[in-house]
Design a protein around this ligand. Structure first.
Ligand code: FES
Length: 258
């Protein structure tokens, strides 16, 4: 898409470049799958957790990724069958969200945040450096299947910018040196920990947790770091607190009954 050089906003203009190059369709040329009766039974278990079974689609797609390493055609068919909806409806959801991969992700999936605050703190540089270190571009997986790389949007960790993610675990306050060491460890298969404490398992194992099958590691590491708690500490020091909530009036209660 060309941008009007004489736009009212000034002389801007370059070819539009999508940061979501894999936002296309599911890859139907690859029909391989590991989905069997065990996965189908787990899909039924997920569906039973919701009053409306189709609400289970998002975690079911994570389960597909944990088993097949991507959103596979067989995974789409299985979700549709369990939920009683059409494969097109499943595919429409699976291709909407960038967390669902249409091509196989690596054993570890690395994200580099390049949204505003991380960008200011060097996120774009970290992404470029990761591409060079791994020899791939964003949206690709290394030939040995070790690592896939993605440019990600804000992960609500701006107070630790610039951040990277490994299998959706945070790597806070990254520097070029720390990023290189992290990627080298992942490629070499060495044990890695999130800067918040969690042991990095694999992308597929993380996907299984997102499907609602806990791995018992949820409490590894702190729930919040010092940068996130700074405001609270300052408020305590100064005796600040939120205003009291006014008592409910009869009108409030009448509104709530509606
Ligand atoms: S901008 Fe990167 S986490 Fe918010």
């Amino acid at each position: 898409m060309s941008v009007d050089q004489n736009s009212a906003h000034g002389p801007v203009g370059h070819e539009f470049e999508s940061h979501f190059p894999e936002s296309g369709a599911v890859d139907y040329s690859d029909q391989s799958t590991n989905i069997g009766e065990t996965t189908l039974e787990e899909m039924r278990q997920i569906a039973e957790r919701y009053p409306q079974p189709r609400s289970a689609l998002l975690p079911m797609l994570h389960l597909v990724q944990s088993v097949d390493g991507r959103i596979s055609p067989a995974g789409i068919e299985a979700c549709a069958e369990v939920l009683g909806i059409t494969p097109a409806q499943v595919s429409g959801v699976a291709t909407f969200y960038t967390m669902y991969k249409r091509r196989p992700a690596g054993r570890h999936h690395v994200g580099v945040c390049t949204t505003a605050l991380c960008a200011v703190m060097g996120g774009d540089y970290l992404l470029e450096q990761a591409e060079q270190r791994l020899g791939i571009h964003e949206g690709e997986t290394t030939p040995d299947g070790a690592v896939s790389l993605e440019r990600i949007e804000c992960n609500a960790a701006c107070d630790f910018a610039p951040v990277m993610m490994v299998n959706w675990e945070f790597m806070d306050n990254m520097t070029p040196e720390k990023a290189d060491a992290l990627l080298d460890d992942l490629v070499a298969g060495r044990e890695v920990h999130s800067t918040r404490g969690a042991t990095i398992t694999s992308w597929r194992e993380a996907e299984r947790v997102l499907a609602g099958f806990p791995d018992g590691r949820a409490d590894e590491g702190p729930t919040a770091g010092p940068a996130s708690l700074l405001g609270l500490d300052i408020a305590r020091e100064r005796g600040w607190k939120a205003p009291d909530v006014p008592p409910k009036t009869a009108t409030d209660e009448a509104e709530e009954q509606k």
